[in-house]
Design a protein around this ligand. Sequence first.
Ligand code: BG6
Length: 476
Amino acid sequence: TPVNVFDLVVFGGTGDLARRKILPAMFKRFCAGEMPDGSRLIGVARRAMPAEAYRDMVRAALDEFLKTPIDPEAVEHFLQRIEYVQLDAQGEDGWQSLAEMMLPDRMRAFYFSVGPSLFSDLAARLRLWGLADENSRIVVEKPFGHDLETAKALNAELATHFKECQIYRIDHYLGKETVQNLMAVRFGNMLFEPLWNSQYIDHIQITVAETVGVGGRGAYYQKAGAMRDMMQNHMMQLLCLIAMEPPAKFDPEAVRDEKLKVIRALDPVEPHHIIRGQYTSGEDVASFREDVADARSKTESFIALKCHLSNWRWAGTPFYLRTGKRLKTRSSQITVVFKDAPHSIFGPASGRHNNELTIQLQPDEGIILDVTIKEPGAGGMKLIDVPLDMSFAEALGPKADAADAYERLIMDVIRGNQTLFMRNDEVEAAWAWTDPVIKGWELRGDVPKPYDSFANGPDDSSQLLRRDKREWRGIK
Ligand code: BG6
């Protein structure tokens, strides 16, 4: 779909997310012809600087964070679309200049790429300065609230200034190419959906493993932990897409209604079905407790859990979710493990295999289906697994150079498509499920298990599956 002329106003325009993700994403969309003449990107921050200095900063960010070689001429053209406004989110300074720059008849998106403590101030001031009219949209980054109560308060506050259809709550996992492909595979093929239930599926597992530690975000992370930082949002969104009923249409309300039903069908997690971990120091790396500067920190950098959905489709099928930092490799995947064929006609000596569908999110995006065939040769009926491999890089060639999640999501904001953004009730339902778990730890004074850096997380995490005679796929 064509794009109308627009303004994208980035609060936090000099910040880390803007430099790493938003600016490079916009440059790529500019190169793809999706920033029609007259469209502007307006960086906003507290710092005083001439627009020219901001453009220099943008140029440097593109150099640093774009992986593909860039055309210097295109960069100069892009920079001509860039403006800068100095503004105080919590005071009056700068708002008038911003208001004067806005043009009456064009769509403007205000991207809140700032700390969550500023979200309501920004929304209120946009309203005050007449910038909350029907031409406006706001994009709200995570964390969306710290628990159910704060999320509700934030939703209520935003709703006094903007309609729900103007509010875009980002979860960048929904913008990832393979995550969208997951929906294409499920709902675009006849092959999978008839088997997509507890009758044929033994269990489903989702792993999002990172090698990085908490880096410079110790202060935030110490308060958040993996449960709030990854589980409440990214992991639950993946769970929703894998478990939801087919929506009648790929449109915002239909998709989000179905996701909401998944979250609401989640049983409370049993405390002994959750393993928390904290990384210890390793060669050349500090421990979690050093990283967050708290020698007695009880915050988790790893979490593994088993949960159930109480609905017709999934009753009896466990879902195992695991995420952590400082693990062996950066690897995120969803594995759908099908049940064994009901009876083996080849006898016990043939070896017996079940099918598995692996959706690899990163790195090397792709989808692989393990099927059982006969081992070649004259040695009788021996069965082996071979992968039907749909690695996108091979199948699709250069096109498979996937757009970054932010490119897709920002353009969805510009086009006015909320399908891949979280609705108010969805975020609240996710917190309603997460809150009691966190409260339980606090009450019990639960201490996460230490685990070695660059390994598999705490042993208890493997035990969680072994108890059920299963094992983790991916890192182990
Ligand atoms: C962010 C979390 O939302 O997602 C980070 O706050 C995490 O802690 C990141 O590292 C992971 O994103 P990605 O796209 O690198 O998998």
